[in-house]
Design a protein around this ligand. Structure first.
Ligand code: ATP
Length: 222
């Protein structure tokens, strides 16, 4: 089995996440992709974070019609802060059969990998698949991302990279849909339409649950 692990805040999940995951799945021949919403993410603590159960439910709604897409509540169930390294250790120890694991992330996340807890261990435990923006230049690989390649000692091998532990790094060019969760939250807060930026069921859920609708301030209006 080849399994992808795709973590994120998913606050909310949107078409950019979904399309990237679908293209990575196809390009890498993955049998399954687990979407893993973060509990209390170490990098993002602010008032705009929807409750973990809402974010989990939105991921469930968004992925339910794709047989390759699974969800994991591992991080949202944990009382402690969730770090990717803990999630990875959990998944790696959970299945006995031979499984190849691929940790999936966007190029912006990869560029900041050095700031993640136990990042070195992470790259020795698991392969990485980084989806890059098809911007026509250099695979969309920024200076910072090149820094991560060097920092974690990946060297080029055919169509991918390997590190001294034999773990692989793949850069997969995906269609970049310029949607951001931040912009979606803002639109929802202002009562504007978010249809077609997120799956319909997710737009309905956000509207029904009145997510991201805290009082609109003068600053928001500008
Ligand atoms: P925010 O706007 O709240 O920072 P975000 O989507 O950047 O939201 P996450 O939900 O944590 O934050 O992102 C999960 C993963 O999705 C990351 O690896 C990120 O690189 C990737 N990602 C974010 N936006 C897009 C997009 N439009 N297309 C493809 N991948 C994306």
């Amino acid at each position: 089995m080849r399994i992808g692990l795709y973590g994120g805040t998913f606050n909310p999940i949107h078409m950019g996440h979904l399309r990237a995951a679908e293209e990575v799945r196809e390009a890498m021949g993955l049998d399954l992709v687990y979407f893993i919403p973060a509990g209390t993410p170490p990098h993002k603590v602010d008032g705009e974070l929807a409750l973990a159960e809402h974010r989990l439910e939105m991921v469930r709604l968004a992925t339910k019609n794709n047989p390759y897409f699974m969800i994991s509540d591992f991080e949202v169930r944990r009382a402690e802060r969730s770090y990717t390294i803990d999630t990875l250790r959990f998944f790696l120890s959970s299945l006995r059969q031979r499984t190849e694991w691929f940790l999936m992330m966007g190029i912006d996340a990869f560029a900041e990998l050095d700031t993640w807890k136990a990042a070195d261990e992470l790259t020795t435990l698991c392969n990485l698949v980084v989806h890059t923006r098809d911007s026509g230049d250099n695979l969309g690989v920024s200076e910072n991302a090149l820094g991560s390649i060097k920092r974690f000692q990946y060297t080029k091998a055919d169509d991918h990279y390997t590190n001294p532990n034999g773990r692989e790094l793949y850069l997969v060019k995906t269609t970049y849909i310029p949607v951001s969760a931040t912009a979606i939250r803002r639109a929802a807060r202002l009562g504007r339409s978010i249809r077609y930026l997120v799956p319909l069921e997710v737009a309905d859920y956000i509207s029904r649950q009145r997510l991201y609708r805290r009082e609109v301030t003068d600053r928001d209006q500008r």
